[in-house]
Design a protein. Structure first.
Lengths: 245, 424, 255
């Protein structure tokens, strides 16, 4: 090979040397060891959700989420797109007696339920802004909050684009979905996944090619919420309508 | 397995329009978080005014120099209080010092505050007052005598060299202090401006807008205090000084207004997804506080007044009245600016489909009463500081006719300025 | 004294008195802070790493109220077998019976709940326009309103008590839409061929849908002998498109 092509090859290999960590997530390590560790994620299949809110109730019981109306680790949204493009969004609350069931089907173009929860982002804005490092990303990709360190400043709650966090009224610390971390070690699934009657929620190890989660990612078109914010969520939605925020 | 809806929540639910994420029902940054940027803003602004004297050698503004520094100190001492009061666990706040998260702008608070307090403001005050402290410690009566002696660190040297060194030190500290003041308030703007999840806050301009609003409020606060304290002391207001300071205020207001207008125009022009809900917000819930108070009363009216004063030659008394009205309007306007940023940013849902509500309570840690208390506290502290460190001190001694004649100091330019100040 | 010591002494003397005094103050402040940090602060608060591993331990050792279906089937094998082949095979036991961890530990004293009211089944099975089509839904107000659901449907292997006679039993939404359209005159089977076992295994044996323009042309073409429907010239009207790309077949000319 002559000098010119050698120099060309060297020149174009420079980016490989400096690729560095500019665009990688906060928990990327040696690719070899990465394969053996678990990295948890969830898929939400919107086309299967029937909005029964069993997941919401189970989560509240399992994780001692405050019973008051405005604290949720996971919740269901109902979208109604009318023929005149008017869009209504409501929160599904099967406990409250006055939730509205759309009765006039004539005007509805399409309607569906969307379960929401903490997305356990790989580039979590909440962990970025916590002043004392109380919220952090574990090796398995789960974002946790350290109850003993959190000072209750509320910055992470504002930084979360998905509204997944709240300030616990009793502990006065930030709280959110933990993928039922206490169940993961004994190979149990989060309770929302377990009680879903239609298997709309699929949980698994993103690093294991044999997990049902990876199958969903292989077979369906995958969306995430607010991708333009580059939070790199690990909760993947299938059949997600463009109107969902 | 029913979930009960608590009655207070029911009120809130009924005032929510559209759809908000369920966890957004309760807002977390309430009026205390409005007070904090307001207070640090006054600190930064007052310090910038003081720096005009030392770094840019604007002699006419000298009478307000020490007052500006003391104002900055009294507001700075109050600054951490709203933060501590609003935290869920204030007893753990020291963690910000111990294990700060380096990616968090809020973690900078401890260090920036400590730096500014210790290295900039206290040091500058010490060097500025040291000579007077030594003299007062010599001539004064207990207990003030001992306070002065301790604060001067038992220093005794008031030779011309030492005083010249003091003045030089003040100049150096002020030069360091200007970027430190920018940092002290700019980082607050960055705390809001770096939140990509919230389009009302997320903006490159946010730290700059915060800073210039701060400069406006700081200068206006010093003017206000000067105009109130001077007649109380029985002295006449130095109109040259006042006119000059108000000029600077005028320029600052122009820049601040231009920046805010730019932000507004830019938003409307780009018309991103959030424009719809934000327009609803501004034309609905925030109309009174933003359009009426912040823009018209807080910025356009004072701007108009100052243009009129610059364009026409007005009688001194009329000018004083107009200045007074302007600075009060500006204070209200800047406080409301902070309100609109902090509270406004939480009044709409991140789903862009709904609006929330906030009613400030009367009592309680985040209530109206405690807010007023926090806002009055700096003035009380200032009152105490003015007693311990009279900015126009030399003149008090002369009026009392007590003590030995003043020690001779060589007539350097700083000393000349000091004695001019003393003669007011 | 050596030259160096003399010049050092001179240097120190030259430092202004103010700086000396201030340095002493700062020294004490700094020393105080460092001592406090070294001796008064517990190690775990200083080191993020230690604190986090403790947090992870705390999270792991949290006790939850839910168990999992495998645990239930250890004792309730009969119900598990019953559920395994029915429509509820994907439901976890705790979906309906609530948290079962306490019961799994101490079966005698803490029985889990067993919902028997109509309200409970309605949470999933009441008609709701936002639910995906084909999910079994009924209108609880008219579907045997006074009876408990479980009196006809075994909850662990639910089947309709009888094979539904009308398509509208499962396809209520479509049926109601058609009810106000001109196509009400048509039977579902006019356009859809329904295989025999569609009513017992709906997803495994799906009905057919028309595949060509000519199908609609059977009634709507210029020369057809069916009386009544609006006629179009099949050659020119919407030439290359399938009819239902514009006209929703269950409510054509929907207003």
């Amino acid at each position: 090979m002559d000098r010119r092509s050698l120099l060309k090859k060297l020149f174009f290999s420079i980016p490989l040397l400096v690729k560095g960590d500019l665009f990688s997530s906060s928990e990327e390590g040696n690719p070899k060891t990465q394969k053996t560790k678990s990295k948890y994620g969830m898929a939400v299949q919107v086309e299967k959700c029937i909005g029964c809110a069993r997941c919401v109730e189970a989560c509240k019981i399992e994780n001692n989420v405050p019973k008051e109306h405005s604290y949720f680790r996971t919740w269901i949204e109902r979208y109604i797109v009318k023929k005149d493009e008017e869009i209504t969004v409501q929160m599904v609350d099967r406990g409250a007696k006055e939730y509205a069931v759309p009765s006039v089907e004539k005007d509805i173009l399409r309607s569906f339920f969307v379960p929401k929860l903490c997305n356990h982002c790989s580039n979590p804005p909440c962990a970025q802004v916590c002043p004392v490092g109380a919220t952090f990303l574990t090796e398995e990709g789960v974002v946790l909050v350290d109850d003993n360190r959190c000072i209750g400043c509320g910055y992470c709650i504002h930084a979360c684009p998905y509204g997944a966090r709240y300030l616990h009224p009793e502990t006065k610390t930030a709280d959110k979905c933990t993928f039922c971390y206490h169940r993961l070690k004994s190979n149990k699934h989060p309770v929302c996944v377990m009680v879903c009657p239609t298997q709309a929620r699929v949980f698994g190890n993103l690093n294991s090619p044999a997990s049902p989660l990876v199958r969903v990612k292989r077979m369906k078109n995958i969306h995430v919420l607010k991708p333009y914010l580059n939070t790199r969520p690990k909760v993947f939605y299938t059949d997600l309508d463009g109107e969902v925020r | 397995m029913n979930f009960t809806i608590l009655n207070p929540m029911l009120d809130v639910i009924q005032q929510v329009t559209g759809y908000i994420y369920p966890n957004e029902m309760e807002i977390h940054w309430k009026v205390l978080i409005v007070v904090y940027p307001y207070v640090t803003g006054v600190v930064a602004g007052a310090f910038i005014l003081a720096s005009l004297v030392k770094v840019f050698n604007v002699k006419e503004v000298q009478p307000t120099y020490r007052l500006a520094l003391l104002t900055a100190l009294s507001f700075l001492l109050v600054a951490p209080l709203p933060l501590l009061l609003h935290l869920g666990h204030p007893e753990r706040s020291y963690e910000i010092f111990l294990t700060p998260n380096p990616t968090s702008a809020m973690a900078m608070f401890g260090f920036v505050y400590a730096w500014y307090l210790m290295v900039v403001l206290l040091l500058e005050l010490w060097f500025e007052y040291r000579r007077d402290l030594v003299v007062w410690a010599e001539q004064g009566k207990a207990p003030m005598k001992w306070i002065h002696r301790v604060i001067s660190l038992f220093s005794k040297d008031i030779s011309s060299q030492a005083v010249a060194f003091d003045m030089k030190a003040v100049k150096v500290i002020t030069i360091i202090g200007i970027p430190s003041a920018f940092l002290l308030h700019g980082y607050v703007g960055f705390i809001f401006g770096s939140i990509k999840a919230n389009p009302w806050w997320s903006s490159v301009l946010m730290p700059i807008v915060f800073l210039f609003s701060a400069i406006v409020s700081g200068i206006a606060m010093v003017i206000l205090l000067y105009m109130i304290i001077t007649p109380l002391r029985g002295k006449s207001i130095d109109m040259k000084c006042l006119d000059r300071v108000t000029s600077y205020l005028f320029y600052a207001v122009i820049i601040d207004f231009s920046l805010e207008a730019l932000d507004f125009i830019h938003r409307l022009y780009e018309s991103e997804e959030s424009i719809q809900i934000l327009s609803e917000l501004v034309s609905g819930k925030l109309f009174g506080s933003l359009v009426v108070i912040q823009v018209i009363l807080g910025m356009l009216v004072p701007l108009g007044i100052m243009v009129v004063i610059k364009a026409f030659t007005l009688d001194q008394e009329l000018r004083k009245l107009l200045y007074f009205v302007s600075v009060i309007l500006i204070q209200i306007g800047i406080f409301t600016t902070r309100w609109n940023v902090v509270i406004g940013g939480q009044m709409f849902s991140k789903s862009f489909r709904g609006l929330n509500t906030y009613t400030m309570e009367l009592w309680g840690l985040e209530g109206l009463v405690s807010t007023l208390g926090l806002l009055i506290l700096p003035f009380i502290i200032l009152f105490v500081l003015l007693k311990i460190f009279p900015p126009w001190g030399m003149e008090n001694k002369k009026a009392n006719g007590s003590g030995p004649p003043e020690p001779q100091v060589s007539q350097g330019p700083e000393a000349a300025a000091v004695s001019t100040a003393a003669s007011h | 004294m050596t030259k160096k010591a003399v010049s050092m002494k001179n240097f120190v003397q030259k430092i202004p008195e103010q700086i000396k005094r201030l340095s002493i103050v700062f020294f004490f402040l700094a020393a105080g802070v460092l001592l406090a940090r070294a001796y008064l602060v517990p190690t775990e608060l200083k080191e993020s790493g230690i604190h986090r591993s403790k947090t992870i331990q705390t999270e792991i050792s949290r006790k939850g109220s839910y168990s999992e279906s495998e645990v239930c089937s250890e004792c309730h094998d009969d119900k598990d077998t019953l559920k395994r082949s029915g429509f509820h095979k994907f439901l976890a036991c705790e979906t309906c019976h609530g948290p079962g961890a306490k019961h799994a530990e101490d079966p005698e004293t803490t029985p889990p709940s067993a919902p028997r009211e109509r309200d409970y089944c309605s949470l999933c099975h009441a008609y709701d326009a936002s639910r995906p089509t084909g999910f079994p839904q009924i209108n609880p107000l008219v579907h045997n309103p006074l009876k408990a659901c479980i009196s006809c449907h075994e909850p662990h292997d639910p089947k309709p008590t009888e094979v539904p006679r009308e398509c509208s039993a499962c396809h209520g939404g479509i049926s109601r839409t058609m009810a106000i359209s001109p196509h009400i005159q048509l039977d579902c089977t006019t356009c859809h061929e329904v295989p025999k076992n569609h009513k017992t295994t709906p997803r495994a044996a799906k009905p057919s849908k028309p595949e060509s323009r000519e199908f609609c042309g059977k009634c709507h073409a210029e020369g057809s002998d069916v009386k009544g429907p609006p006629r179009v010239d099949m050659k020119t009207h919407g030439e290359k498109y399938l009819c239902w790309q514009c006209h929703y077949p269950h409510m054509p000319e929907a207003r």
